[in-house]
Design a protein around this ligand. Structure first.
Ligand SMILES: [Zn+2]
Length: 410
C-alpha cells in the first residue's frame, strides 16, 4: 500500500475538493483502496507515505480527442508521405509528453498506428497514458477524411488517418474491419471540416443508411461511435442514427442539443485546436482555406459549447491535438483552461470535463474518478486549479495504475 497525503484532492465526482486529503493506493492491483479527509482514512501499517502539503491531487487527465500519428507538420499531404514506422516512433515521444502533462488516458480518433501504440503501452514497453483508439476513421469519398488535393489512386486504400467507404455495404464492411482489429470505438465523419480542402463544415456527409450501418455493427458489440460533426444537419443525422459522441459541433442547433440530451451523448467540442488555428495557424502552414473556415466558425462554436454547458449536456475535454508545434501533445490541458476562460465553466466543472466526463467516451468505466476500486490514475499538481485553472499545467507527478509514468520513472 502507498499513502499520499495532499493539501487537497479532487475526486472527479464531488462538487468540492477534499482539504487535507489522504489517498491510499493498493500497489498490488493498482487501484484506489481508500480516499477522503486524512482524519477519516487510516494509513495502513507499513505503507510507504508521501507528504504533499501544498499539492492538489486530481484524477489523471483524459483527452477524449487526439491523433496519435506523430505528425510534425500541419500539411496534410506530408502526413500521406510519412511511413507508419516513422509515425509510430514519433508518437512514442508524444505519449511521454502526455504523461508528463498529467494525462493518464487518451482517445485516439484516427491514426494508423494507435493500435500498435496501445499494445506497447499496455505491455509497459512504451511509457504513456492508456491508449484507446478508433484505428483509422471512416469517411465517404470526397469527405473530410479524404485528401482532396491528390490523385484518387493515392487515397483509394485510405490515408494514415482514414479509409473511404461508400454505400451501406461498404460502410458495414469497413466498420466490421475495424471491429476485427479490436478498436475501442469507431470514428466516422458526418460533415465536412476545416482541414479538408473541398468541403465545408456545414456540408453533410454519409447518408442515414450508411451511418446506421456503421453504428448498428458497433452497437452489437458494445462499441461507441464518435462522429466528426460540425454543421447542424450532420450533427443531427449522426445522433438520429445512433452515434454516441459528437466531435467539434460548431453549429449545434436547439434540435441538436435536444438530441444530445435525449441520447445521453457526449459533446467533445475540441476548442483547443480551433483556438490555436485561429490565433497562429498562419505561422504554422495551415492553408488559407483552413484559416478562413476556422475564423468563420469561431463565434458559433463558443456559443454552441456555452449552450450545451447551460443545458447540462456532458461536455468533455478533447483537443484534437496531433503533434505539430501548433497543436503539440503535452499542452492538452489547454482545453480545460479554455472551458473556464472562454465558456465560463467553473474550475471544478472544467476539471470534471477533463476527467470523469471525458472518461465517458472510453471503453472502460474504472477510470476518470478517484474512488475506491477505481484505477489509481492521478496527477499531482503543484498549485490549486480551483483557485486558478492554469495550475492544470503545473504537473509534478503522474500515475497510471498507481505506477509513476512521468519523467524517467517508467
Ligand atoms: Zn480529430
Amino acid at each position: 500500500m502507498r499513502v499520499f497525503d495532499a493539501g487537497r484532492l479532487v475526486d472527479g465526482r464531488r462538487d468540492e475538493a477534499i482539504e487535507d486529503a489522504r489517498l491510499v493506493v493498493d500497489d498490488e492491483d493498482g487501484s484506489v483502496a481508500a480516499v477522503g479527509p486524512r482524519e477519516d482514512v487510516e494509513a495502513p501499517a507499513g505503507a510507504d507515505r508521501e507528504s504533499l502539503p501544498d499539492a492538489t491531487v486530481v484524477p489523471g487527465f483524459v483527452d477524449a480527442h487526439v491523433h496519435l500519428q506523430g505528425a510534425r507538420s500541419m500539411n496534410i499531404e506530408n502526413w500521406l508521405a510519412t511511413p507508419d514506422s516513422e509515425a509510430a516512433a514519433r508518437a512514442t515521444t508524444d505519449l511521454r509528453r502526455l504523461a508528463d502533462a498529467g494525462f493518464t488516458s487518451v482517445r485516439d480518433l484516427g491514426s494508423s498506428v494507435g493500435l500498435g501504440l496501445r499494445a506497447a503501452v499496455s505491455d509497459g514497453e512504451v511509457s504513456g497514458p492508456r491508449v484507446f483508439t478508433s484505428g483509422r476513421a471512416i469517411s465517404q469519398t470526397a469527405g473530410h477524411g479524404d485528401v482532396h488535393g491528390v490523385s484518387y489512386e493515392r487515397v483509394a486504400d485510405g490515408t494514415p488517418l482514414s479509409t473511404l467507404a461508400d454505400g451501406e455495404a461498404e460502410c458495414r464492411k469497413e466498420a466490421r474491419k475495424r471491429l476485427r482489429e479490436g478498436v475501442d470505438c469507431l470514428k466516422i465523419m458526418t460533415t465536412g471540416g476545416v482541414l479538408s480542402q473541398r468541403d465545408t463544415p456545414d456540408v453533410r456527409q454519409f447518408r442515414d443508411a450508411e451511418i446506421a450501418a456503421m453504428t448498428t455493427e458497433a452497437d452489437r458489440v458494445g462499441v461507441q461511435v464518435a462522429s466528426h460533426a460540425q454543421g447542424a444537419a450532420g450533427i443531427k443525422a449522426a445522433l438520429r442514427n445512433g452515434v454516441d459522441t459528437i466531435e467539434h459541433g460548431f453549429h449545434l442547433d436547439e434540435e441538436g442539443l435536444e438530441l444530445l440530451a435525449e441520447r445521453d451523448a457526449t459533446f467533445v467540442p475540441t476548442l483547443a485546436i480551433m483556438h490555436r488555428i485561429t490565433e497562429r495557424g498562419d505561422e504554422h502552414g495551415v492553408p488559407e482555406w483552413g484559416l478562413e473556415k476556422s475564423r468563420a466558425a469561431r463565434e458559433a462554436h463558443l456559443d454552441a459549447v456555452e449552450r450545451a454547458y447551460e443545458a447540462g449536456v456532458p461536455v468533455a475535454a478533447g483537443t484534437d491535438f496531433m503533434g505539430p508545434a501548433l497543436v503539440p501533445h503535452g499542452e492538452n490541458a489547454l482545453e480545460m483552461e479554455l472551458f473556464v476562460d472562454e465558456v465560463g465553466m467553473t474550475e471544478m466543472d472544467a476539471l470534471q470535463a477533463g476527467t470523469r466526463v471525458a472518461a465517458r467516451t472510453l471503453s472502460r468505466d474504472d477510470v476518470g474518478t478517484l474512488e475506491p476500486g477505481q484505477c489509481a490514475d492521478f496527477a499531482v499538481l503543484s498549485g490549486d486549479p480551483l483557485a486558478d485553472i492554469s495550475a492544470v499545467r503545473d504537473v509534478e507527478q503522474t500515475y497510471v495504475d498507481g505506477r509513476r509514468v512521468d519523467g524517467d520513472y517508467s
